[in-house]
Write a protein that binds this ligand. Structure first.
Ligand SMILES: *Cc1c(COP(=O)(O)O)cnc(C)c1O
Length: 233
């Protein structure tokens, strides 16, 4: 048994709740805990899954998730795709993942909708927004955001539940908070325009999840703080 993961999970869960209190948010407001399991093996994932306050696994590559999925066995919690999805992996992604959080173009939305139709299922999605404007980051730009929302809500096999962003890579807390506030504002605007609930704001990672919660995050995505530093082979 790997106590490190469970201990880390408990500590993170406490910090999530403390940040929510500090933000003056109700403790009835659930903040979902996505364990980012990229580069981790199936045993580590099974260990994390024992912690009842972890709600999802997040994976960023279809191929890696596919190989883990093959040997995983029974799942307690759903899996979310949080990395950029290439068109040619869309079908495979829909076989493995319960949620696609990285929807970032009209073409991808149309393709997912068509394949989901063929598979006879409805797919829950988040739209990923590039709030920092950093070119290395994926996600739809602010300028093209409204158009993507308008398109996605017309697609009958996609269920839009909210939005995701990755904060800028900087020590500047104000810049980080500004990016998260931007996601919240864009979401509020989209709710007004569409009349839909769109409740999910997936923002905040190991280094910035408390700032994200101060700005209204409803879902944090934690990798290295939970499992330890990532080693890429
Ligand atoms: C890797 C990753 C995370 C987790 O990052 P940590 O800093 O290890 O917590 C969260 N979101 C996305 C999109 C990622 O790719």
């Amino acid at each position: 048994m790997n106590n490190n993961i469970i201990n880390a999970a408990e500590e993170i869960f406490t910090r999530i709740n403390n940040a929510r209190d500090k933000a003056g948010r109700s403790d009835l407001e659930k903040i979902f805990f996505t364990a980012v399991s990229k580069t981790r093996n199936v045993d580590e994932m099974h260990e994390a899954e024992k912690f009842m306050h972890i709600d999802y696994f997040g994976e960023n590559r279809v191929q890696e998730a596919e190989s883990k999925n093959a040997s995983f066995g029974e799942k307690r919690i759903p899996w979310r795709l949080i990395g950029h999805l290439q068109a040619n992996k869309a079908r495979k992604a829909l076989e493995i993942f319960d949620y696609i959080d990285s929807l970032d173009s009209i073409e991808l939305a149309n393709r997912l909708n068509r394949i989901a139709g063929e598979m006879n299922k409805k797919v829950k999605v988040l739209i990923e927004i590039n709030t920092s404007g950093e070119e290395s980051k994926s996600g739809i730009s602010r300028q093209n955001f409204n158009e993507l929302v308008d398109n996605v809500i017309e697609l009958e096999n996609l269920g839009l539940e909210g939005f995701m962003t990755v904060g800028p890579l900087t020590e500047d807390k104000y810049a980080v908070r500004r990016a998260f506030a931007e996601l919240r504002e864009l979401a509020e605007h989209a709710r007004e325009i569409t009349g839909l609930e769109l409740p999910v704001l997936s923002m905040g990672m190991s280094s910035d999840f408390e700032l994200a919660i101060l700005e209204g995050s409803t879902m944090v995505r934690i990798g290295s703080l939970l499992f330890g530093p990532r080693v890429y082979k």
